[in-house]
Design a protein around this ligand. Structure first.
Ligand code: SF4
Length: 478
């Protein structure tokens, strides 16, 4: 039986917290630090707590990482000090291990294979067990509290004749989501987990190669998109060129996170072969087909729901209108995931265009509802400004379960749809009607099949068995 919703969670910022962004570049005879920096800039939406870059000139690995946004972490002189032709970069939002400088990435470990720097996007669900095994097997002293260190130690110590052997053995042990960039002094390695939960793509830049979480990072540095990595694929780039191998034990099914399409990825990124913006237009269009309603205007919760709202407007023939203006310079400051900061955040986020709202009927499109605090505030703002009716349409099904694969959704008790029926939520947020896109409608929008995506936060059924609730601070507590 569901527990009663605890109203103690008065968080106003309602978005799921993105996972992380990774990038790796190998460019013979070039310094890669600035390209890593500008590539990371395009991935800032995936994590805003800390950032870092590691590079090697073939002899030494140098690293610079700090808490904060990319623009706060790097000064020109920091980048000038990072000389080398191979490097990786990372921007982090913590999904396992606290938000602190020791958990900033890339991390460097020293194992039987020498020094490695590692950047990780995702979440490994058996990290605790593996950590204990690694301590026994190789007497490793863990210095951090994130699952990334577990992955790094596995890659640094697992025996094997080459990267593909090592990666194959490591994949056999890891369970969960991991898109990785790994480097030693002379090589760049990219790995996507056997289910392909988080995205990772490959690009060509001059005489070198780039791997990155999203294609926008390639665009930002003028690299040419080559392809997305396959699930279970390991790519090795060194002086001899580029080689790739798929893990023989990989599952035939692909379980990419469907939420990348809904919210996480930038609208100008190509994910699973589709431009995210177009996929979001389709979600809006499906939403209208499933739940039409009479209105004067369609509007979206800025900025992330704008494409979904435009899609609904196009399908319905009802004009799209901006009604809420977002302060672009608030909400992307140094975000620490604590309640107090989230509370102040959204209060400053939107302002309403009062004179064009008065006496009109609106369809408000939101990409998703986690806790309901943002949409509640939006409905209130519109009603206060004199809107006659506010009909809320959500471009994803109700989120009823937590994520175990690299997204900080909320705890079960914070998830409004876990605790309340749609009708109860409608009343809570003060809307005249509330409808969610069906799972079938979402799958149709991304042109997928039911077994081609992870849909765990909507269905509670995950592509691999998980514990019901995961504690991101489990290593700290230990
Ligand atoms: S549970 Fe949801 S957010 Fe997490 S990977 Fe699956 S679809 Fe994505």
């Amino acid at each position: 039986m569901k527990s009663k919703f605890k109203s103690t969670f008065s968080v106003i910022d309602d978005s799921p917290r993105e996972a992380c962004g990774v990038i790796g570049i190998f460019m013979p005879n070039e310094n890669v630090a600035k390209n890593l920096f500008f590539g990371l800039f395009a991935l800032q939406h995936r994590g805003q707590e800390s950032a870092g870059i590691a590079v090697s000139d073939g002899e030494n690995i140098r690293i610079h990482s700090k808490m904060g946004l990319i623009s706060q972490v790097f000064r020109e002189e920091d980048l000038n000090g990072l000389t080398g032709y191979v490097g990786i970069g990372h921007t982090r939002y913590s999904t396992m291990g606290g938000s602190k400088i020791t958990n900033a990435q890339p991390i460097i470990v020293n194992g039987a294979r020498g020094k490695l720097a590692v950047g990780h996007n995702g979440n490994v669900i058996n990290a605790e067990l593996l950590r204990d095994q690694i301590i026994k097997e190789w007497e490793v002293n863990f210095e951090r509290t994130s699952d990334t260190e577990v992955i790094a130690e596995l890659y640094a110590n697992t025996p094997g004749n080459n990267w593909f052997d090592v990666s194959s053995s490591v994949m056999r042990r890891l369970s969960g989501a991991y898109s990785l960039v790994i480097m030693n002094k002379k090589e760049l390695v990219a790995v996507r987990d056997p289910l392909g939960i988080r995205p990772l793509c490959l690009g060509k830049l001059g005489n070198g190669w780039v791997v990155a979480s999203e294609t926008v990072a390639l665009d930002n540095i003028g690299a040419e998109f080559v392809r997305e990595l396959e699930n279970g694929e390991t790519v090795v780039i060194n002086d001899e060129g580029i080689k790739s191998k798929n893990w023989s034990g990989r599952r035939s099914s692909h379980a990419m996170c469907i939420f990348e399409h809904v919210y996480f990825a930038r609208p100008d990124s190509v994910i699973n072969g589709k431009l995210t913006y177009q996929t979001r237009l389709k979600m809006g269009s499906e939403l209208w087909k499933e739940f039409p309603v009479e209105a004067d205007f369609v509007t979206g919760v800025p900025d992330s729901s704008t494409p979904h709202a435009i899609g609904l407007a196009r399908e319905s023939g009802i004009p799209y209108l901006e009604t809420l203006i977002k302060n672009r310079y608030v909400g992307r400051t140094f975000i620490q995931p604590d309640q107090a900061i989230r509370n102040t955040d959204v209060k400053m986020k939107f302002n309403v265009l009062k004179s064009i709202v008065k006496d009109k009927k609106f369809i408000v499109v939101d990409d998703s509802i986690v806790r309901s605090t943002t949409i509640k505030r939006v409905v209130l703002l519109l009603k206060k400004a004199g809107a006659k009716e506010v009909h809320v349409r959500v471009a994803a099904p109700p989120i009823k379960s937590t994520c175990h694969f690299g997204v900080d959704m909320a705890t079960l008790n914070e998830l409004i749809a876990y605790n309340m029926s749609t009708d109860q939520i409608k009343n809570l947020i003060g809307a005249d009607s509330l409808k969610y896109l069906s799972l079938d409608g979402l799958i149709k929008s991304v042109e997928g099949t039911n077994d081609s995506y992870c849909r765990g936060c909507f269905t509670g059924k995950y592509p691999i068995p998980v514990q019901l609730e995961m504690d991101k601070f489990s290593f700290e507590k230990k």
